[in-house]
Design a protein around this ligand. Sequence first.
Ligand code: CA
Length: 226
Amino acid sequence: MRILLVEDDQRIVDFVQRGLKAEGYTVEVARSGLEAITLGAEGKFQAIILDLGLPDLNGRLVCEHLRNSGVGTPILMLTARDTVQDKVTGLRSGADDYMTKPFAFEELLARIEVLMRRGGAEIKPEIKEFRIADLILNGETHEVRRGEAIIDLTPKEFALLECFMRMPGKVLSRTRILEQVWGYSADPLTNVVDVYIRQLRRKIDDDYDLKLLKTVRGFGYKMDDS
Ligand code: CA
């Protein structure tokens, strides 16, 4: 089960992330409203925990934006203030539930579980196998094949490939790839992404006529079978 945590306060991120991971959830963190909108729109989360106070956009705007673009993922909104007005506007913007900071982790967990049950109709089982043309990545066995050939990848190469295969056709910027595969602590000026892209290409594309991993000049990279 994947949960998107939208919060810029590192202490809360640590606290919630640790707790949810211990419960077996996969947690992705967005630290700004724009990032939340991009990630939330991918529709791969079973719940979104959304802080009201974000550095760029207000959480309410994020919520409205997601709902307007058809994202039905259950949203639990967090706020530092506890006024009826906050609560009402939060719910009106499309949030499903509302919690005031500070909160006990147990309560957060209970509320998230209720929301996910309620949103049950929309929950799709997590996809374990991704395929683009004859390239197959199995997220459970960690096996990668192109046609009949088994391809050996390092864990980072595997994570990089998974990143593309989860979103076929979508252009991913170097920054986005860096964040997803190397985490936020990565130096944005490093050329590690290009180095790994080259390595990955050598393994999955070089021996084949149909090239899957493409450079989109000025934007980043994408993977498709066109
Ligand atoms: Ca905040």
